[in-house]
Design a protein around this ligand. Structure first.
Ligand code: TNX
Length: 543
């Protein structure tokens, strides 16, 4: 089925305005309500009740008093006159238009001349130094909405919050043809910023290939939940998915199949750059992974000279792991790796290169460590920080290198010494695990993962020996042995991706399963409107 790429995130940008600094809110702090009640009074009889079904829950939220904002035909958006702010203000206007049928005009502030925001209007302002990294403030009071951030990413996340405050029916394509209706945003003050800088997901495009439009659709799911890293698993035994100009057979041969023997596919470098740019507009960094020295049958079958034997193995379309390895004792292998890292680094603006490093059964521990250290040097020489799955913690790592924890039983001593850690414990974050025994898709080697299991854990408690500052954050991998298209991917990812997003964003003290499941249930109509094939998990009170 063809997805509506870009619709999910069409409103993702926020503008900044040099509007007046937000006044101190006259509000009482409240504990996060599961779903806040609509304000007692509304100014328009047609106003829709708005629930606070926010996911992820913000760092601080206080209910306000007095009128909220009735977005209506007279509403305008005032914005800081800067390109990033104007783009986000334009997206906000489009979002409001979809929700209400009225498209508010966007007017840049003229600094020092007019920073007045009239009642009924919205403002988007970029003011350096006013928020934490990636943070924003959203203040709705006196019939005005003010969004403010120190940097564009914060405005973007504020826009996602506004999106969840607006009625879900704005997500339907048909809404513009319906009678315009005002939408009420309740009075509130939100001061928000993420708990962790790394809030990611991984998509395995190697076991089954996913098109550029599929990947953009996945990016949209991340953006909706304020996630900011998309790790692409670009090469494995079953497929090589990224064009390397100097080694064309990697894709010509190694990209031409997938699990089950389908046609596979690959991204040209131009297509990859298109994905990178699409993600960047949504403040998402692409993290490319070329898995090595194991998980390399696609490369080994493409070039005989990469094999110690000089013989290329056949392509592989099964799902076993651990049988392949690069010829680590041969210098030629490292020339190959350098070519690959060089070409990918050149089209990857983000600072990371993931070298995989998992599940190597063909090498001695010393061979493995030597390989990791040599690849680490190559990656660094090409200007990137190396990331590896947790097995790489056995090697001597540079201070910039990042270890991605995945095995629930990995040795904590090594992990505690990792310069930086990403937490992807298989028994919590693996989106390819079944929800329960009846789930048709997915695996269960790391256990069954119902929504509560994906939600109810604290990243700080996974490797308690690791210094808190070493923990970059969390990432949810979606391996694709058992999924062949985006419908399948959405079924396994949603709603657990939203749970992991909150684990990465919200402060530990604000997280609570009982409240979360109600807020998650409130996403149902929105996700349905967006055409997301989410699993109606029985433990969630879907609206
Ligand atoms: C383990 S997680 C793997 C992958 C599989 C996955 C399936 C990791 C680093 N390696 O090769 O696809 O399990 O759940």
């Amino acid at each position: 089925m063809r997805m509506r790429v870009g619709r999910l995130a069409a409103c993702l940008t926020l503008a900044l305005a040099a509007c007046a600094p937000a006044a101190k809110p006259r509000v009482q702090p409240v504990t996060p309500p599961a779903v806040a009640a609509a304000p007692a009074t509304t100014t328009a009889p047609t106003a829709m009740p708005v629930s606070l079904g926010l996911v992820p829950w913000p760092r601080e939220l206080a209910a306000g008093t007095g009128p909220g904002l009735d977005v209506g035909p007279a509403s305008k958006i005032f914005v800081t006159n800067a390109p990033a702010a104007l783009r986000i203000a334009g997206d906000l206007a489009a979002l409001v238009a979809r929700s209400t049928g009225f498209r508010p005009p966007v007017t840049p502030f003229v600094p020092g001349v007019s920073e007045f925001v009239p009642p009924g209007s919205l403002s988007v302002t970029l003011v350096p130094g006013t928020t934490l990294p990636e943070g924003y403030q959203l203040i709705v009071e006196d019939s005005r909405l003010r969004l403010n951030a120190a940097a564009p990413a914060g405005l973007f996340y504020g826009l996602q919050t506004i999106r969840q405050l607006l009625p879900y029916w704005g997500e339907y394509d048909a809404i513009l043809f319906q009678r315009p209706r005002p939408a009420l945003i309740p009075p509130l003050t939100i001061r928000d910023a993420p708990r962790y800088e790394w809030r990611g997901a991984m998509l395995d495009v190697a076991r089954h290939f996913f098109t550029v439009d599929d990947v953009k659709r996945f990016v949209d799911l991340l953006a909706l939940h304020k996630m900011n890293r998309l790790h692409l698993h670009l090469a494995d035994d079953q497929g090589w998915r990224i064009e390397i100009k100097k080694w064309p057979d990697l894709t010509a041969k190694g990209g031409a199949t997938e699990v089950g023997g389908g046609a596979g596919g690959f991204y040209t470098q131009a297509q990859y750059s298109d994905i990178v740019a699409y993600a960047a507009e949504r403040f998402i960094t692409i993290v490319p992974e070329i898995d090595m020295p194991g998980h390399t049958n696609a490369a080994l079958s493409s070039y005989a000279e990469l094999n110690c034997s000089g013989q290329a193995p056949p392509v592989f379309t099964g799902t076993e792991v651990g049988f392949s390895a690069l010829c680590v004792g041969m210098d030629f292998t490292y020339l190959f790796i350098d070519d690959v890292v060089k070409e990918i680094a050149a089209i990857t603006p983000g600072p990371y290169f993931h070298m995989g490093g998992d599940e190597v059964k063909k090498l001695t521990p010393a061979q493995y460590r030597g390989f990791v250290e040599r690849v680490q040097t190559i990656v660094q020489a090409r200007g990137k920080q190396m990331i590896g799955w947790d097995e790489v913690a056995a090697a001597t790592l540079l201070p910039t290198s990042v270890v991605q924890h995945w095995r629930p039983d990995a040795a904590h001593g090594e992990l505690a010494r990792a310069p930086h850690l990403i937490l992807s414990p298989g028994n919590r974050t693996y989106l390819d695990m079944k929800y329960d025994d009846d789930t048709a898709l997915g695996l269960k080697w790391a256990g069954l993962i119902p929504v509560r299991t994906a939600y109810d854990w604290d990243p700080a408690a996974i490797v308690p020996e690791a210094p808190a500052a070493a923990v970059l954050g969390v990432e949810a991998p979606l391996w694709s042995e058992t999924i062949a298209n985006m419908r399948d991917a959405e079924f396994l990812a949603m709603p657990r991706l939203a749970a992991i997003a909150e684990v990465g964003w919200s402060p530990a003290a604000a997280r609570d399963w009982e409240r979360f499941r109600v807020r998650l249930g409130a996403q149902g109509p929105r996700w349905a409107a967006l055409g997301i094939n989410f699993y109606r998990a029985p433990d969630i009170p879907w609206k």
